[in-house]
Design a protein around this ligand. Structure first.
Ligand SMILES: Nc1ncnc2c1ncn2[C@@H]1O[C@H](COP(=O)(O)OP(=O)(O)OP(=O)(O)O)[C@@H](O)[C@H]1O
Ligand SMILES: [Mg+2]
Length: 537
């Protein structure tokens, strides 16, 4: 107690003196050499370590050196400038006949603030060699950064054009006509359609056909980002707002898409609380990063997409009416495949070619009976499901032509169940709940209990039974949606993030292989930059 009182009652000026003295001692002893110069530029003191430089400067003793004007004895020094301007030069390179040095120069002031001299330190000699590893590392990092930037820019270039939307049916032609028309404008576009109908593909196409084509195309899948992270994902984080990895701050997707196009995918999954904030951003074209009190102007064309029935959500109060009207400026409805089954052959042709190109397998044509079979299927997963079915059939045989038999087990079950009105796939939405344009993919709750675990042995711990049941439901849902995790999550009535957490139950490590699909959005903040629409996801 007494000790403490003694320290805290030390007069301020004495504290300052001690602090100054301590700092001076530390600098003087840790530097490779230091010197003091007075108001008249005269050297008044040098440290013992400084004496090592004297011979190279042409002096034999400290006595001969001290007292001289600094600019006369140390070529190229800026000590005089520091004294005259009162401004420190914290880090500088000094070169003269004695070598090249990393130096630091600080002005010294009296109690009234007047400059009375300067303190100079040699921090390092031979910095070219001492700092060489650091400089080399800096150069390497700079080159890596340039390469990463170029790669990112390439990734953000649109992968698809409007013409990539295959189909010549009246419905498909109309979709492409509307897409070309909206590409000419800067207005918000709303893409509505069931899962797998090509919303993401068309969003890329619209961007590519717009005046913003050379600028970034950025996508954010709202359903895949945990609610707590969405705001940061959208608007960014100001430096210092968080500790840890985020302490440096980062740009949000709006900023990343500046000048270009931002795809707000699965907009129907946007939490209500964030909807009002999004509306404000769309109206003001300004974002305020988390933890910042500064707004940033942004110039972004918005394309929103959803497979959910927004008007019904508005009526139910789970989607803001004002946001809906704001987004619904230029709606484009993408027809489900069963409404444009005339396009099946062209789609099969294009998809089979793409599959063979990507897999390196020979292109396989479809016989008429195979096409007939596919034409009778209902395609709840639309083009994505078609693609997956074709891919599986292609991989499962060496035959060059695919017949109906090659598709047994891939589409037949669903087809016959749907056609004959038999007991539906427990996870398949009942016909009445079949997706209207953008209707939610949620199963009728009543359909769920049909997933009974007949094979689960009795008398096992409840946790094991539950895990087995969960695994089976997840497997079935994924099968049903052709591997589309978001749609599977919807069928199961859980969030995509929850589905990802549960994937290990079915032996899938998220992100471990292509088939497992992309890892959840939050695992890699950069995943939000939309690349190619991921197959089977
Ligand atoms: N008209 C089309 N022509 C060619 N390929 C298509 C077409 N429509 C969709 N596809 C392909 O089908 C797959 C799914 O498309 P996309 O991801 O754009 O669907 P989506 O409507 O965004 O689905 P979700 O609602 O599930 O996100 C992709 O592989 C895409 O390339
Ligand atoms: Mg999509």
């Amino acid at each position: 107690m007494t000790e403490r009182t003694a320290v805290t009652t030390l007069p301020d000026d004495q504290m300052l003196k001690l602090a100054a003295q301590s700092m001076f001692d530390v600098f003087a002893s840790s530097a490779m050499g230091s010197l003091l110069v007075d108001r008249q530029h005269r050297i008044v003191w040098i440290s013992d370590s400084y004496k090592q430089f004297l011979p190279a400067l042409g002096f034999e003793s400290a006595e001969a050196f001290v007292g001289k004007r600094v600019e006369e004895v140390i070529p190229n020094t800026l000590m005089a400038q520091v004294i005259d301007t009162g401004q420190p030069i914290l880090v500088d390179l000094l070169s003269n006949q004695a070598g090249t040095f990393l130096v630091s120069r600080l002005p010294l002031r009296d109690a009234a603030g007047e400059v009375i001299g300067a303190f100079g330190m040699v921090l390092l000699d031979q910095p070219e060699s001492t700092m060489q590893p650091l400089m080399a590392k800096f150069g390497r990092l700079q080159r890596e950064l340039d390469a990463a930037r170029a790669q990112l820019a390439a990734q953000r270039r649109p992968k698809y054009r409007i013409a990539s939307f295959i189909g010549s049916s009246a419905a498909a032609v109309e979709v492409k006509r509307q897409a070309r028309r909206v590409a000419m404008t800067d207005s918000t576009v709303l893409l509505l359609g069931e899962t797998g109908t090509g919303k993401e593909l068309l969003a890329h196409g619209i961007h590519a056909a717009s005046a913003r084509a050379a600028k970034p195309f950025v996508g954010v899948n709202i359903a895949a980002v945990p609610e707590s992270l969405l705001e940061a994902e959208f608007f960014g984080v100001a430096p210092g707002a968080y500790t840890g990895a985020e302490r440096k701050g980062r740009d949000g997707k709006f900023k990343a898409a500046d000048g270009g196009t931002l795809l707000l995918d699965e907009i129907g999954d946007m939490p209500l609380a964030l909807q009002s904030k999004l509306l404000r951003v769309l109206q003001e074209q300004e974002v305020e990063p988390l933890g910042s009190n500064r707004v940033e102007r942004i110039d972004v064309r918005i394309i929103a997409a959803t497979s959910r029935d927004l008007p019904t959500m508005v009526a139910a109060g789970s989607f803001r009416a004002d946001l809906f009207y704001r987004l619904n400026v230029l709606p484009i409805r993408l027809p489900p495949l069963r409404e444009r089954i005339d396009d099946l052959e062209a789609l099969v042709e294009a998809l089979a070619e793409d599959i063979s190109r990507r897999s390196g397998l020979v292109h396989k044509g479809l016989n008429a009976d195979a096409l007939d079979l596919l034409a009778r299927h209902d395609w709840p997963g639309n083009i994505r499901e078609l693609r997956n079915v074709l891919e599986q059939a292609t991989l499962m045989t060496d035959d060059l032509a695919l017949t109906a038999a090659h598709f047994t087990g891939l589409v037949a079950d669903a087809t016959s169940a749907a056609r004959r009105n038999e007991v539906p796939n427990p996870l398949s939405p009942p016909a009445t709940a079949r997706l209207l344009p953008g209707a939610p993919l949620r199963p009728a709750q009543a359909a769920m209990p049909a997933v009974v675990a007949e094979d689960v042995p009795p008398m096992q711990p409840l946790s094991t039974a539950v895990a087995e049941l969960e695994a089976r439901s997840i497997r079935q849902a994924l099968q049903h949606t052709g591997g589309n995790k978001l749609a599977a999550a919807r069928l199961l009535g859980i969030s995509r993030a929850t589905l990802y957490q549960k994937l290990p139950l079915i032996g899938v490590v998220p992100g471990a292989d292509e088939n497992a699909g992309a890892p959840p959005h939050n695992a890699h903040p950069t995943v939000g930059a939309a690349g190619e629409p991921t197959q089977g996801d």
